[in-house]
Design a protein around this ligand. Sequence first.
Ligand SMILES: NC(=O)c1ccc[n+]([C@@H]2O[C@H](COP(=O)([O-])OP(=O)(O)OC[C@H]3O[C@@H](n4cnc5c(N)ncnc54)[C@H](O)[C@@H]3O)[C@@H](O)[C@H]2O)c1
Length: 351
Amino acid sequence: MPELTTLPSSLLPIGIAVIGCGRISGAHLAAVAALPKQVRLVAAVDADLAAARVAAKPLGALALSSLEEALALPEVEAVLIATPNALHAQQCLAALRAGRHVLVEKPVAETGEQAAGLAREAEARGLVLAAGHTFRHNAAVRHIVDNRERFGRLRSLEVSSCVKWDGPQAPWWAERKPEEGLILSLFAPHALDFVQLVMGDDDPVRVHAEAARHQPGWQGEDEAMILMAYPGRRMASVHISYNQPSVLDRKVLHFDKGVLEIEHGEILSWNGEVLITPPEGVLVDPRAMGGRTLGHYFSDQLAEFVRAVHGQPHRCPTGHDAARLIALIDRVKASARTNSAADAIDPPPPA
Ligand SMILES: NC(=O)c1ccc[n+]([C@@H]2O[C@H](COP(=O)([O-])OP(=O)(O)OC[C@H]3O[C@@H](n4cnc5c(N)ncnc54)[C@H](O)[C@@H]3O)[C@@H](O)[C@H]2O)c1
């Protein structure tokens, strides 16, 4: 057994700090705990030190109250940023400038310009900037990516991702201004990441979005439909909602040889024949909120990030690829504001 210090760095766990110990941090911390050979938690960081302590304790890590304190620790080689959206760009930049790899929750930044700047910074420093597009890390999506040629030529693609959030899930959801976007910033990144993954290197030539606000507890839009035209006469539509109590998560891809469908995020079928099913226990009650277990997404995502840090082939959207998605979200938000602000988003929703 070689001494730890003589092991190649790719065999040592990466020292990581989780920044932001709120709702989603539990999934990230469970992923860290599940991958002890790949990562070790050096510090849990939250502006609320009590929250950092709760997160740090089970993994024997330090509890800190600022990103800067974590970046001062040489053992921190990478940071996982899970703070409110408005902080992502500045925290990513600080971490990259301090020479750390970054896995940041979606969206990478609030604007395409910020995201492109981060991608340039990461590239110039030879660091990984990876976006947490969690839901690409599943067997059904991977099967499509890996077997893309078998299905023929893609004509069109429909994504429906409709859930029920009964008001703000964190205080900052309510504070977001309509022009900053609510569902288009918080939820659209998942659906649009799938579209971009399937469409490859192409960005849409045209984007049209309509959005509406139905709930009074926030200012931004909570329902949206997006229609995109891609090069090669391909089209994609996305319907996202925070207003649907019977959860609907469906992706339908129309190829010249047939139809691929992903139902409940997990079950892949080709012309009605089931190709991929999830492990037992993942789909508990998929039409209910919280009716799917999601832990495997976060551990698979973290494992892919570690591969990226080691310079190995990986499945994380990184750098300029991650920034492309934020540029697309800029276009979607602009279209929604132009089309829908005056009569569907800004006025108070009906009582
Ligand atoms: N991938 C997914 O499926 C998924 C799901 C939920 C949320 N998210 C993303 O994760 C991020 C966090 O969302 P959440 O729901 O956990 O929010 P949250 O508000 O519950 O948690 C954010 C935490 O960050 C802390 N914080 C605030 N400012 C800080 C600072 N300057 N330094 C350190 N910590 C600070 C807060 O105290 C809070 O504990 C968001 O960007 C959201 O879009 C992703």
